[in-house]
Design a binder for this molecule. Structure first.
Ligand code: SAM
Length: 286
């Protein structure tokens, strides 16, 4: 890994923010430096200042740089016990509602959204649910909307589905053709994909459940607090927040807004609504 000069890192991130409005200035340094180092190699430049010049000169270059900064790794039913816990603990409560709103923040290429939609369908909840799936990266959202994946990516689906509490045969959900798996479009009928940046954007929704997994690990503590605040302001009273086994709310200054429902999968329940929460503060994502 190439060493990243902190002054150059600072100038690069400021430049990106000023020109394009994407704010990576408070992402956790160690993982950010690994990605910046990869960028230097991929773009065959010897310094971040050289890369900054290219990025400032061309928005196309920035579009190519963005995926390196955002890490889009995902898979179907990732961490399957998370989905099992949703089914066992959260869905029974959602079943008592006539309308359900779910926000999947940092949805990447859509595998998590499809997994969720399938689980909801199996519990007869999908028809009354609207899913808002958001990400900072427009490229992954485009892919997510298509619902078509390389067949090789489906192995995780088959592997995780049963552990996640699936009750059918996984192959019922997609048609395999020419090396691709095409998911039945009915799963995404009630899903709205849109760009939303957890660092800079405001609440835009009142949700019964928010999922945000494998995103906050890239943020520093201050940014994590901002995101938790945003989630608290985007949930209905007693709404659920699921952040998965790798992240925790425990050290956040928003921890006392929530009760812990499952401490392995880090699923919480909003018990206190933040002061100043009002419909006027809600706005549509870009
Ligand atoms: C590692 S993926 C996780 C995908 C999925 N949630 C999962 O658990 O498999 C992280 C996603 O967060 C998105 N992301 C990173 N920073 C973000 C931000 N500030 N606002 C919204 N999404 C962000 C990335 O573009 C990426 O798609």
């Amino acid at each position: 890994m190439m060493r990243i000069d902190p002054v150059e890192r600072h100038l690069f991130l400021e430049g990106v923010f000023m020109r394009y409005g994407y704010d990576f200035r408070q992402y956790a340094e160690a993982s950010l430096d690994r990605r910046l180092s990869t960028l230097l190699t991929q773009f065959k430049v010897s310094s971040l200042l050289e890369l900054l010049k290219k990025v400032l000169d061309s928005s196309d270059t920035f579009r190519d740089v963005l995926p390196y900064l955002t890490i889009n790794t995902t898979e179907f039913f990732r961490d399957p016990l998370f989905f099992r816990t949703l089914r066992e603990v959260v869905f029974p409560v959602l079943k008592t509602y006539s309308r359900i709103v779910i926000w999947v923040a940092g949805c990447s290429t859509g595998e998590e959204v499809l997994s969720l939609a399938i689980a909801l369908k199996e519990e007869n909840l999908l028809d009354r649910t609207t899913i808002h799936a958001t990400d900072i990266n427009p490229k992954v959202l485009k892919k997510a909307k298509e619902g078509i994946y390389e067949l090789s990516l489906i192995s995780s689906f088959n592997k995780n589905y049963v552990t996640a509490g699936g009750t059918n045969s996984p192959s019922e959900y997609y048609t395999a053709e020419y090396g691709l798996a095409r998911f039945n479009s009915k799963f995404l009928e009630n899903t709205v994909f849109s760009e939303h940046n957890l660092v800079t954007d405001a609440p835009f929704i009142e949700a019964n459940l928010i999922l945000c997994r494998n995103v906050l690990i890239y943020f520093n503590r201050e940014l994590q607090d901002r995101a938790f605040n945003l989630f608290a302001r985007s949930l209905v009273f007693k709404g659920y927040l699921g952040i998965g086994s790798k992240e925790t709310l425990r050290f956040s200054n928003t921890a006392n807004y929530f009760d812990t429902i499952d401490s392995n999968q880090n699923i919480y329940n909003l018990k206190v609504q933040p002061v100043g929460k009002s419909a006027a503060s809600l706005r549509k994502p870009t």
